[in-house]
Write a protein that binds this ligand. Sequence first.
Ligand code: FES
Length: 581
Amino acid sequence: MKKTMNETSSKNGQLRSADWFGKDDKMGFVHRSWLRNQGYPDDYFRGRPVIGICNTWSELTPCNGHLRDFAEVVKKGVIEAGGFPLEFPVTSLGETIMRPTTMLFRNLASMDTEESIRANPIDGVVLLTGCDKTTPSTLMGACSVDLPTIVVPGGPMLNGRFKGECLGSGSFNWMVKEKMLVENYSAEDIMEAEIGVARSAGHCMTMGTASTMACMVEALGLTLPGAAAIPAVDSRKKVMAQLSGRRIVEMVREQMNLSKILTRQAFENSIIVNAAVGGSTNFIIHLLAIAGRIGVDLNLEDFDKIGSKIPLLVNLKPSGKYLMEDFFYAGGLPVVIKELKKYLHNDAITVNGRTIGENNLTPVCYNQDVIATVDDPLQENAGIAVLKGNLCEQGAVIKPSAATPELMKHRGPAVVFETMEDYHERVDDPNLNIDENSVIVLKNVGPVGYPGMPEVGNVDLPEKLLRKGVKDMIRISDGRMSGTAAGTVVLHVSPESAVGGTLALVKDGDMIELDVEKRKLHLDISDEELQRRKAEWTAPTPMADRGYVKFYIDHVQQAHLGADLDILQGGSGSEVTRDLH
Ligand code: FES
């Protein structure tokens, strides 16, 4: 049964958890008695807000490997404020290890989070997040329950170091093939880079998806001010975690549920901030899914309408030069938010009870090479562009700040790869008919087709073109791209090829026109020919016939809707109508 989104954790002064712990009957005995085996004094069960610390710690998620310690710090804060902290694990998604892609499991992890919160005597939630999908998955789940919730982003790693220079995690691996072929890097060089790039706890320290997600939640008002950029190993991160533990207890008492913070204005703020920081294209797909859970009307076109005219202020890799540690020392996101004042909804409320404008009145920028001003930005009109055309009837996206300006308007012949395996097999074939004017088309890497929409859209260029010194080419797919990658890459083509989108019908040699300024992506064949190919098209065999993957394929929505499962849209609130007896 659907519940309204505005149920609070504390009705008429009565805590939600009191329905478990506040009863003097048999079930009250059962709920309290077993928990006492962990040594909680009786007063913990009598009127203290219960704070669920939702932990995505896992040794299989290296970026979140420090969150076990962080949970203890959060607990300190909760206890100081008079709460009762109870930590619980949820499915964690390790970007660099999970196959075929963490995105396949984002929605599963969100279900785990949602049901874990709802089914337990929790009044308020702290989300401990880090690696790319661990932020959106837990937040999506929390939105569908809508209790008071605060996010503690785990923080980026320290800057990578290699050959006396800074090295960005994520970004370097996209260059390995080029470095070995063109700059003659040895296997020892690559090994040294491998070791030097991940030298502390934390997530990727480029403005990749994890940093983008941390900035997203801060801009949405879901963290304490300044939380996103603090490195994982900086002592101030632990202070932030402790203060967040204190604050969530107050939020429960103030009945400050997620839906009070996550308004349409908050989402618009987040889109504006994402443009200014040069955030990942994955931001789009996750923000759409989060909006769908909390019931805010947001669509793909909003990202272009609201964000595309925003200037780029943050000079971080992959678009720029620096890394998250530099961003923190320069003043971090508060400086960006203050700088963006004229674009933002400054009266949007945040988790500390103050508005985003009030929170970010006084930050000082300590390095304008890292954070530029609105009057003298790194680039005008930096947000994400949403393309339309017969090749992407429901839309596709491109990140202009990561693209090559000369390729933003281009017409070239398609070189088609039917699958990722087909690409690997043929891309380095010296006889492949391809040059720098060609347009690489990669099919069947969308939500249904792969399945799970992996980050493969920024495929490496063919070896023979790299050797020629070609640095970038247009690449088009229904997949995603890592936030740490760059290039003139058209992504999230919707509808995807596996469900019969026009992408499925492209053939080698077809002319494709990209015009980013006009927001156009066009397959230059006649309508009659398009219809003929459509009639001949047959759907590929589904990639699974059982289990979660089959369920995912049957229910996943297309990229322009956020790739959530259709049955997970919206929320069920926090009420549980039946007891366990
Ligand atoms: Fe975890 Fe990049 S791999 S954040």
